[in-house]
Design a protein around this ligand. Structure first.
Ligand code: GAL
Length: 348
């Protein structure tokens, strides 16, 4: 177990990178720009190290990470809010519209392009914690919110991400990580042949191509959304289905059947690498997104990423839950700490 550190100055401030390595030789690299995962390298065999997340080489790119959100911490309200507004305690809040009429991932000046502060650490540690203070009124949200995100890489090949939030007013706390995985390697093309098992009996259909859930909870049975038995991501992606057409592929919130740290909600296998990823969370939903909007994006090591070259499992409260009473509320009470957690476990 070790942490190595590098830093350089920029006109945005000091850019820091922390790399945690486990006993297998796997490592994750986190930058303070957006509390972002830039690399997740898996020691597949003695001579083979595979980086399974999409990303950039340059810090500048992370300060402009407002379209794809590669590897970023997203909040305080991940995903979409209808009409960029909500009401809380009889007060109406109008946020910025950065996705048509709606709000996506909390709007402009998101957490993913800010410089987070790190807690002190020892070099033999396997965790790094980054903090962000988000003041009352930040992006239109109520409450001075103190956030910490801890990234841990264990000797069981688990990446554990723990989110903590506490505010002086009732507010929203719905943070996620927006890593795009390609288990064959970040620069190895389509993820459509990866095999996916997603333990979700239901999903939350969207109204139209603006991708706002209607509030309906719909069974996946006999639809392309049924991944309860393993199938490749691409098997049904081109089937004529209005939900798939609206989103140009999968970009939907699934209702996790059994949120838990004991049983995974998803198991994904890289067809070429044999690397397997299991995901666990205590959150009720996951946005399964197949990178439908990645177009000719210049990434790490001179790679070009295109549509469906990465997939995301964004654990979350359901999108637009602030406006839909039947969706579990992403609100936290004033002065109460909220903790959520997501685990990605690797095996080969
Ligand atoms: C996802 C969202 C997609 C897309 C993506 C960023 O969370 O569901 O529709 O906006 O972020 O490109």
């Amino acid at each position: 177990m070790s942490i190595t550190f590098s830093s350089f100055s920029s006109n945005h401030g000091e850019i820091k990178c922390f790399t945690i390595q486990n006993k297998f030789g796997d490592s994750i690299t986190i930058t303070n720009v957006g509390a972002t995962i830039t690399h997740f390298k898996i020691q597949k065999s003695k001579n083979e190290l595979i980086d399974i997340v999409l990303g950039f080489d340059r810090a500048d790119n992370y300060f402009q990470n407002t379209d794809t959100y590669f590897g970023a911490t997203v909040g305080r309200s991940a995903n979409r809010l209808n009409n960029a507004s909500f009401s809380l305690n009889n007060q109406f809040f109008q946020l910025n519209r950065n996705d048509g009429e709606n709000n996506l991932h909390s709007g402009p000046n998101g957490y993913q392009i800010r410089l987070w502060k790190n807690l002190p650490y020892d070099t033999d540690q396997n965790t790094i914690t980054l903090n962000l203070y988000s003041p009352d009124g930040d992006q239109g949200y109520p409450g001075n919110l103190n956030i910490s995100v801890t990234f841990e890489l264990t000797d069981n090949r688990e990446l554990i991400i723990t989110y903590k939030g506490k505010s002086d007013k009732d507010t929203v706390f719905n943070l996620t990580n927006h890593s795009y995985f390609n288990l064959n390697g970040h620069d190895s093309g389509t993820i459509e042949n990866h095999e996916l098992q997603l333990f979700a009996e239901n999903f939350t259909p969207i109204i139209d191509s603006h991708s706002i859930p209607s509030g309906e909870i719909r069974p996946v049975k006999n639809t392309p959304f049924d991944f309860n038995f393993p199938k490749t991501i691409g098997q049904d992606i081109k089937i004529t289905n209005s939900q798939l057409l609206y989103a140009n592929g999968y970009d939907h919130n699934f209702v996790i059947s059994n949120p838990s740290f004991e049983t995974p909600f998803a198991i994904v296998k890289g067809d070429k690498s044999g690397i397997q990823l299991e995901a666990f969370t205590n959150l009720p939903g996951v946005q399964f997104y197949t990178g439908n909007f990645i177009i000719n994006q210049h990434g790490k090591e001179n790679s070009i990423y295109d549509q469906r070259t990465g997939f995301c499992l964004e654990t979350q409260y359901f999108p637009n839950a602030l406006n839909l009473e039947n969706f579990e509320s992403p609100l936290i009470k004033a002065n109460e700490e909220c903790i959520t957690k997501t685990i990605f476990r690797i095996s080969i």
